[in-house]
Write a protein of this length. Sequence first.
Length: 297
Amino acid sequence: MLKNFPYTPILGWSVSRYGLFEACKRKYYYTYYAKYDPVHPRQKIDDLKNMTSIPLEIGNIVHDINKILLERLQKAEGEINQDHFFDYAWKLTQEYCSSKEFMEIHYSEIKKLDTESLFGRVKISLKNFLDSQRFGWLTKEAIQNKAKWIIEPAGYGETRIGQMKAYCKVDFLFPIEDSLFILDWKTGKADLVKHGKQLLGYAAWASFHFQTDFTKINPIIVYLFPRYEERQVSIGDSDIQEFTNRIKKETEEMYGFCTNVEENIPKNKEIFTKTDKEKFCGYCNFRELCGRQRAKN
């Protein structure tokens, strides 16, 4: 049973939040503090924030279909009809792509979305998982305890790391004997530093919610494209202490940009400076607000 927490406005650490804070303070401001912006309307900022991108949508679709696949296995074991499976994946891809605004179109990088090309990467990612030894192991070993599978739990994955609020939402957790396994899907490039940090966060989340020793938690990053690969970290007491100290330091850095930490009220927008690495701006939804890219007509 996952623990619940009463709402508090104080910010919570996550790999993505701190990564954004570190990369560009201005993008961090637009992402988390849009309602305080003195220049741009909240709706404009939210519209830009809610845009998707081709790489992001590939990941969204693969995550959602894997969730549906695992939930189906919970209800009914048996061989997956891959023709039906990929027909469903294609229909879902079309639905997602037709209902969202893409950053690449908004900023005139492409004239029209190539949905078939996007689906090509989705299909390869899904097929790599279906053909993997891990999937075979899931359907033979892990499935014996399928009632205890946790597949993308509701909420944001709130937990406590060293008594600090943090968010570490897992994709898939399941028990094998007295151990816990966590799988996290990736469809983009491997980033062993960032993803290693995520693995420690997942282990901390699982240990907190299930009162399980870290030595019995096995968090695994699963790279699904262009080929199936896995990465995991060995976790010792020193790793957890170092990780906890790091989270405390990073959280306090973000606190430093608040006038009121408990209420999570930011300092003036000017404090949140734009990145010097303008190459980063080419991947930013908010680039037009900073004058670094002409907005669409």
